[in-house]
Design a protein around this ligand. Structure first.
Ligand code: HBI
Ligand code: FE
Length: 275
């Protein structure tokens, strides 16, 4: 048998060569360098200071549950804390192909990038790292409605791929999973991972000066997005059940959105009512 000359470098940025066919890797938590944990603690501290005023209550309950201030979390141990909703965290080298991503979600496995940004990237990073994937996404996996929605989202992926509607399905992920807001007792709070893993976006997204629209599936599925700047527009739900309830009619809605004119990022249409 031919042996690999070098053991896989732990926590190497984007180490796709040592990934399995489903793009998973061993996390090798014990091999994470001290400076990685220090970067985590600093990012964590900054975001925690913003959450009481800006983050949704279900998200904050999840963060408390995960108890991860000390350093980069051990994914196996964190998975134990998700037992009630049945999700498992798996390490991946970074962004993975859509079909592999959808397959993980539909099996209630959440892919978490196994490297952390460099100190000079504290405020902005183009691709997801473990801070975004874990602190942004994992807390809401403790919420039953959201956890069930995300599995169902993954399960619709195959349909979307067969029907040329992945772009529309990705818009739902972007606007609602990455940048979603929720109304709680008359206040608008953030639950989206792209918001809550970024200090700037957390403050921006919850500012009443930025346009907000009530969540409406067809509107969201037609709305294009920008990946290189703060979002110009956010969609607001009242309950995570709204996302789950959409799943039944999502395939038809994807086809309608595919065949409709896209709406440019940030555009407000004559029929829109700002919240
Ligand atoms: N891979 N690791 C990772 N994380 C994502 O959020 C992700 C991905 N691959 C594809 C993808 N997202 C999107 O194309 C889907 O949301 C549609
Ligand atoms: Fe994300």
């Amino acid at each position: 048998m031919k042996m690999k000359a070098i053991a896989p470098a732990p926590n190497l940025r984007g180490d796709y060569a040592s990934a399995a066919p489903d793009y998973t890797l061993p996390q090798l938590h014990a091999a994470i360098p001290t400076r990685g944990h220090a970067t985590w603690r600093e990012l964590h501290r900054r975001q925690m200071a913003l959450f009481p005023r800006h983050a949704a209550s279900a998200y904050r309950e999840g963060v408390a549950r995960l108890d991860c201030a000390q350093g980069i979390p051990n994914l196996a141990r964190a998975s134990d804390k998700l037992r009630e909703t049945g999700w498992t965290l798996v390490a991946v080298p970074g962004l993975i192909p859509e079909d592999a991503f959808f397959a993980h979600l539909s099996a209630r496995r959440f892919p978490v990038t196994n490297w952390i940004r460099r100190p000079e990237e504290m405020d902005y990073l183009e691709e997801p790292d473990i801070f975004h994937d874990f602190l942004g996404h994992v807390p809401l996996l403790t919420n039953r409605h959201f956890a069930d929605f995300l599995q169902g989202y993954g399960a619709v992926g195959e349909f979307a791929q067969r029907h040329g509607a992945v772009r529309m399905l990705a818009r739902l992920y972007w606007h609602m999973v990455e940048f979603g807001l929720i109304e709680e007792g008359g206040e608008v709070r953030a639950y989206g991972a792209g918001i809550l893993s970024s200090a700037k976006e957390t403050v921006h997204a919850t500012s009443a000066a930025v346009p907000r629209l009530r969540f409406a599936p067809d509107r969201v599925l037609r709305t294009e997005y920008r990946i290189d700047d703060l979002q110009p527009l956010y969609f607001v739900i009242e309950d995570y059940g709204e996302l789950f309830d959409l799943l039944d009619t999502l395939p038809e809605a994807l086809l309608r959105a595919r065949d409709a004119e896209p709406i440019p990022a940030g555009a407000i249409l004559p029929g829109d009512t700002r919240l």
